[in-house]
Design a protein. Structure first.
Length: 227
């Protein structure tokens, strides 16, 4: 039985955890280290990343060249991986992910239905290609009631670059109306997403304050009541 992990997993350490490419800087690198006591055999898969109704979709691509595409790492060994852009940037930021899989089967010290579980470590690293036109950041926030204790908060990305939201908190007249909501969500250009949020106080104004946190970078936005 095999399980796949998305985020940086125990056994493989990658730096940086995001790749940015552009027409001015079409080449980038990252370093991957095997922190496990076993050898690792890492194979890669580059995918075009799009979103529909807030859901991620992936398709094969040759827009970016990755060297090497497959490699072996002994314990504590490091490997430099290079990326090269092979296409002309679009007016809208283009998004990709490289999936790195350690094909060595690793046993977990747990039991499921009487069987030991094995898994392959899988890491997904985002790659963004800067737009050919001027960067436009244009998040649009709206909200509406679902019931007295729940509201729906919608974020519509009307810009030409992605938005990353790690955490959300809502305020009405400087008073917090919900507990911090962990989201860890990328929103690509031209897409939108909605969250159902439990509230501890009913907003008395049509305009509430949205406080977001992106790895310590806090931003404030106004969210308007949907008509």
């Amino acid at each position: 039985m095999f399980f796949y992990q998305w985020a940086c997993a125990a056994g493989l350490k990658i730096s940086p955890t995001r790749i940015d490419l552009s027409s001015q800087e079409p080449i980038a690198i990252f370093e991957i280290t095997n922190t496990d006591i076993q050898d690792a055999l890492v194979e890669s898969q580059l995918m075009r990343w799009t979103q529909k109704k807030g859901e991620d979709h992936y398709s094969p691509t040759k827009d970016i060249l990755m060297i090497p595409p497959m490699f072996k790492l002994k314990p504590n060994q490091k490997q430099i991986v290079r990326f090269a852009l092979r296409r002309t940037p679009h007016p809208e930021e283009m998004s990709y992910r490289v999936f790195l899989t350690d094909v060595v089967q690793r046993s977990l010290q747990i039991q499921q239905n009487g069987q030991a579980i094995k898994m392959k470590l899988r890491i997904g690293i985002p790659i963004f290609v800067s737009p050919s036109k001027k960067v436009i950041n244009a998040p649009q926030w709206t909200w509406e009631f679902i019931n007295k204790k729940t509201l729906k908060l919608t974020l519509n990305n009307k810009g030409n670059v992605h938005i990353f939201i790690d955490q959300i908190q809502l305020f009405d007249k400087e008073k917090s109306i919900c507990e911090p909501v962990k989201t860890f969500k990328y929103l690509l250009p031209g897409t939108k997403i909605a969250w159902k949020i439990a509230i501890k106080a009913t907003p008395i104004t049509k305009n509430i304050l949205v406080l977001t946190d992106d790895n310590g970078n806090k931003s404030k936005y106004n969210a308007w009541l949907s008509s």
